[in-house]
Design a protein around this ligand. Structure first.
Ligand SMILES: Cc1ncc(COP(=O)(O)O)c(C=O)c1O
Length: 425
């Protein structure tokens, strides 16, 4: 019996998170058991170049020996206490400095971070309605599973069974990059909107870049209407620069949610903001939020190691930018020369390769034009060549510090071969 057969017997769909099922590329999932640098190894011993990086956290690459050695030492000291620890304070100091916030609360996942930030925004404003954007994914809490991206987009299930209608009645959905749509919602629901939550660069419908005026317009609308602006930086945080991506657009949010990278590979999330808002949280204020493993010393120490590396080596971001640019240019050249329609979206080191004919890629509607059949063929071809990409069109490509110029060139050569094969089929 294969591992997948065994998995299917005891885990729904054989996986602990839907995108891992490889469903949208119609392939059985590959199981892995080892990772090193930018390479991951299947249980059958095949080596792959990894462009998922655990969906973001592994920005420094897998199993860096110096970090592993440190983590081994941490295990000897303490794993979890459920009591205050010194390293939580150190993390909060490092984190708030990096994100230019006053206070932070650590949680265990991005889902928890967004869910808690929204409760806080509602508690602070006293209003119930929230605005989210089509194609943005903010985790799987009930009120946010409306027209979301990532796995829900891939599986064409914008909402989920089990989410009561009443729960999503307060969730208003707008078009990404469409300020007028948001203005209209503020007019229609005057004085009822608690917050806007947005991925400041969308990653969960593939990478979609916001217009600067759009993000600045959201800031203005929130100010005019006493609503809270939440940047969900679970993907973007510390990915293209050390801290918030909002700085590229000169926009500050009121609350930020983070995850992925900040745990150094362990399950961590965080939400942060101004003292005035954050002090509404329990035990100081009336907005309840808690977590047995929140801020556990092991995750805090591993997260801090990653943050310290990123802070002390800003050249990592230059390298990711450069590699993404090379992939962008190389993909576009190959697509053009082979005659396959496609487009690359890229913001610094964050990028997607979309297949299909596009005028522009600015919204969820635009990404609908993607040719998922072509992506499927491309994915299969790249797997054969020894590359693991997201097993779905509507995701980002994740680079790491462990990728090398040689790997980038090999990727472009494989990309060329696969595109040529597709064009002849
Ligand atoms: C932007 C964004 N927010 C929230 C989440 C949810 O995070 P988690 O999967 O850690 O619950 C994700 C997950 O991919 C995400 O991309």
């Amino acid at each position: 019996m294969t591992l997948y057969d065994r998995a299917k017997k005891v885990i729904p769909g054989g996986v602990n998170s839907p995108v891992r099922a490889f469903g949208s590329v119609h392939m059985d999932p590959i199981f892995f058991n080892r990772a090193k640098g930018c390479k991951i190894y299947s249980t059958e011993g095949k080596e792959y170049i990894d462009y998922i990086g655990s969906w973001g956290p592994m920005i420094l690459g897998h199993s860096r020996q110096d970090l592993i050695k440190k983590a081994q030492g941490y295990l000897e000291e303490v794993i979890t206490l459920g009591l205050p620890s010194d390293v939580e304070v150190e993390m909060a100091e490092t984190f708030t400095k990096a994100t230019k916030t006053d206070m932070v609360r650590m949680v265990n996942s991005g889902t928890e971070a967004t869910m808690s930030a929204i409760r806080l925004a509602r508690g602070y404003t006293g209003e119930n309605k929230i605005i989210k954007f089509e194609g943005c994914y903010h985790g799987h809490s009930d009120g946010l599973l409306v027209k979301s991206g990532s796995g829900t987009l891939t599986y064409h299930a914008p909402t989920s069974l089990g989410v009561p209608q009443a729960t999503i009645e307060d969730t208003l959905v707008c078009r990404y990059n469409d300020l007028e749509d948001v203005e209209a919602k503020f007019q229609e629901f005057k004085d009822q909107i608690a917050c806007i939550i947005i991925e400041p660069i969308a990653g969960n419908m593939g990478v979609v870049i916001p217009d600067k005026e759009f993000l600045q317009g959201l800031r203005k609308l929130c100010d005019q209407n006493q609503a809270i602006l939440i940047f969900d930086e679970v993907i973007t945080g510390f990915r293209t620069r050390y801290g918030s991506v909002g700085e590229f657009f000169d926009v500050k949010a009121d609350l930020y949610t983070y995850g992925k990278i900040i745990g150094g590979g362990l399950p961590v999330g965080a939400f942060a903001g101004s003292r005035e808002i954050m002090e509404k949280l329990s035990p100081l204020g009336g907005v309840y939020q808690a977590g047995t493993l929140s801020g556990n010393p092991l995750a805090m120490k591993m997260g801090l190691d990653t943050l310290h590396e990123l802070e002390s080596h800003p050249e990592i971001y230059d390298k990711l930018d450069q590699f993404a640019l090379e992939l962008d240019q190389g993909f576009c050249k190959n697509l053009k020369e082979v005659g396959i329609p496609g487009k690359v979206t890229r913001f610094h080191g964050m990028m997607s390769l979309f297949f299909g004919e596009f005028d522009e890629i600015k919204s969820f509607d635009d990404v609908q034009a993607a040719d998922t059949d072509l992506y499927e063929k491309y994915f299969h071809g790249m797997v054969e060549e020894g590359f693991i990409l997201a097993p779905a069109q509507f995701e980002a490509i994740f680079l790491s510090d462990a990728h090398t110029e040689d790997v980038i060139q090999k990727t472009l050569e494989a990309n060329r071969r696969v595109l040529e094969k597709i064009s002849k089929s």
